[in-house]
Design a protein around this ligand. Structure first.
Ligand SMILES: *Cc1c(COP(=O)(O)O)cnc(C)c1O
Length: 429
């Protein structure tokens, strides 16, 4: 496939946009080469500016769980747009989507809509701090909660108790309130909590990690965190920006039967428009302005186009709940197909999968945390795999630290084509 026009557009973009992109991972820096510019997308397929058709396993990084340009979502946005695109005043639509979300997700009474997952997580932590009157938070190495200052803390190799800023611009003052732990290591989190008694407002995590490739929680990890939080009056925040309305109608809380105190959403909840949300029981949400003193606001929050897309998406998912099983089955089929190809290839590999999230790690050892994910990503295997798949018309995320997101528009023929592409690709590696 040729990508001449994409490369030309990228060269133009770089003159006026830093790195040519509005979000770094789009730039292909981890895999090399120029990013692909999209013309349009429909169902499971992307059509780029050079006329190539690609099978899409990113789906806008998760939102397009039913495929691109879903008719119900499109129609809802078009109908709404004709009536005006933003008012900065309440609309009935906001109550409709809030009611539906509250009915689908366990353990929440109220939900506040914002414009991104970043905003949702940032606000959830502020709420947790305001509610508990404590400053410190615990996050896990390799978990991504958006780009606000408190979250841009990395572990390096092995977990350390006190974080150091990993992005210039994040102050030491901010970093010192973010304590780092190793994913799937309950013992270590417990030790951190013991060392910081009465100081920790919340533990925030991706209950199924998707930002270091797909890493499901080990048995007992989430349950252990729940107990730990109950013992020490710490709020447990599930960042379900990726997993919410994807792994089950009620997210990981429903799928794995562990309850959170605050839940954050993004991606699927906006049906492809910029939406985030955070939600909790009344007792916690009542601390939020204007009901309570914890301030949070947004000029375009709950705007009618975003709410119309989100409501259409959640309605589809709520009324067709077999979708979740259907995509999980497709993902399992893909898993089996790629596993048998990789098995005969002699390449080291681990495939992690849960529901419609899956990732290949080029490592023989289990990938359970950031360190093992980083080890698996260290060699050239992923780069070669990515470009090989792309040559065959399969678009996966241009980084070994990303999960693949399947959409229900994928057919079994698409999956067979993907497995065949995988076979060709690994044969050349
Ligand atoms: C994508 C993501 C975010 C950030 O959401 P944005 O809408 O990109 O700000 C936060 N948490 C998780 C788990 C995510 O996957």
């Amino acid at each position: 496939m040729l990508y001449q026009r994409s490369s030309a557009l990228f060269a133009d973009a770089k003159k006026v946009i830093p790195g040519g992109v509005n979000s770094p991972v789009r730039a292909f820096k981890a895999v090399g080469g120029d990013p692909i510019f999209v013309e349009k997308a429909k169902g499971a397929y992307l059509y780029d500016v050079d006329g190539n058709k690609l099978i899409d396993y990113i789906n806008s990084w998760g939102p397009m769980i039913l495929g691109h340009a879903h008719p119900a979502v499109l129609q809802a946005v078009i109908d709404k747009a004709k009536k005006g695109t933003s008012f900065g005043m309440p609309t009935e639509l906001e109550t409709e989507i809030a009611s539906l979300a509250v009915s689908m997700v366990p353990n929440i009474d109220k939900i506040r809509f914002v414009n991104s997952g970043t905003e949702a997580c940032m606000s959830a932590v502020r709420l947790a701090r305001g509610y508990t009157g404590r400053d410190k938070i615990i996050k896990f190495a390799g978990c991504y909660h958006g780009h606000s200052d408190s979250f841009l803390i990395q572990a390096g190799s092995g977990a350390v108790t006190f974080g150091t800023p990993n992005s210039p611009g994040v102050t030491e003052g901010t970093a010192k309130d973010t304590l780092l732990a190793r994913y799937n290591d309950l013992e270590q989190v417990t030790a951190i909590v013991e060392k910081n008694k009465e100081e920790i407002a919340c533990i925030i995590l991706e209950p199924v990690a998707g930002n270091m490739g797909c890493i499901p929680p080990e048995k007992g990890f989430l349950e252990g965190l729940r107990t730990l939080c109950d013992t020490h009056n710490i709020l447990l925040i599930f960042d379900e920006v990726m997993t919410g309305f994807r792994l089950a109608p009620g997210g990981v809380q429903e799928l794995l039967q562990v309850s959170a105190d605050i839940v954050t959403f993004g991606k699927v909840i906006g049906g492809g428009l910029p939406v985030g949300a955070f939600a909790a029981k009344n007792e916690i949400m009542s601390h939020l302005a204007p009901e309570g003193p914890v301030y949070q606001a947004g000029t375009l929050s709950g705007n009618p186009l975003a709410m119309a897309a989100g409501l259409a998406m959640l309605t589809e998912l709520n009324e067709n709940r077999s979708v979740f099983e259907s995509i999980a089955k497709k993902t399992e089929y893909l898993h089996k197909g790629m596993a048998s190809v990789l098995e005969t290839s002699g390449l080291p590999y681990t495939i992690n999968r849960i529901g419609s999230m899956i990732s290949i790690h080029f490592s023989e050892t289990p990938v359970v945390d950031f360190e093992t994910a980083a080890n698996a990503a260290a060699g050239d295997h992923f780069k070669k795999f990515f470009h090989g798949m792309l040559k065959e018309g399969i678009y996966i995320a241009p980084s070994a630290f990303e999960t693949w997101f399947l959409c229900d528009a994928l057919t079994y023929e698409d999956l067979d084509a993907t497995i065949a592409a995988c076979e060709k690709t690994v044969a050349a590696m």
